[in-house]
Design a protein around this ligand. Structure first.
Ligand code: ZN
Length: 197
């Protein structure tokens, strides 16, 4: 007989890092909550999902576009840090080592997963660079197979901007590592020792 918790366990298992046993444990925790707490949890999940939009400039997640980073006058408007995912901005912001602007690609080139360059926000990046505001681009991309392929592709695209300093993070970071899993100190060092490509 199927457990009455089976549908919930099945949903929880969709989360990364959650196997059948963790999902079962979480399901029992949720079951022990009051009805009010469960309703607050569920409503927050739906509300957050509904209210989050993407910044029209940098494609970071935000509640109003342009996002707070793009609108922040204290940031260096000449430095642009290119990342794959919005969570990478969170990781890099924790280092306090970078005070420029960002551009979120929305993924990494991965032919095996069917992700082609035109599915990322590379044209939007080039359009921003065409405006001539930036003197530096930092490719803050994880040193994975997909990350390397993306960085290589971007380097080619950026070659036509002759006045642009293009750097990549000094790793520091273990090869194959996901950027948002790196500890802030390692990430800070990678930023400070970024190298020209
Ligand atoms: Zn933005």
């Amino acid at each position: 007989m199927e457990s009455p918790l089976a549908p919930l366990i099945k949903q929880l298992q969709r989360l990364p890092g959650i196997g059948p046993r963790s999902a079962e444990r979480l399901a029992f925790v949720l079951l022990s909550w009051s009805r009010t707490d469960v309703q607050t949890f569920a409503r927050t999940l739906v509300d957050t999902h509904q209210s989050i939009i993407y910044c029209e400039t940098c494609f970071n997640i935000c509640l109003t576009s342009p996002c707070t980073i793009c609108c922040d006058p204290t940031r260096n408007p000449h430095s642009l840090c290119v990342v794959a995912y919005p969570q990478d901005i969170v990781a890099l912001s924790k280092t306090n080592a970078y005070n420029g602007l960002f551009h979120v690609l929305g993924g990494l080139i991965s032919p095996l997963d069917g992700v082609q360059p035109d599915m990322l926000r590379i044209q939007e990046l080039l359009k921003r660079l065409d405006l001539g505001q930036f003197s530096e681009v930092i490719l803050a991309i994880s040193p994975t197979l997909e990350g390397d392929a993306t960085a290589l592709y971007l380097t080619d695209c950026l070659a036509r901007f002759s006045n642009l300093s293009v750097t990549t993070l000094a790793f520091g970071l273990p090869v194959g590592a996901q950027l948002d899993y790196a500890d802030p100190l390692t990430l800070q060092r990678s930023l400070e020792q970024r190298r020209q490509i």
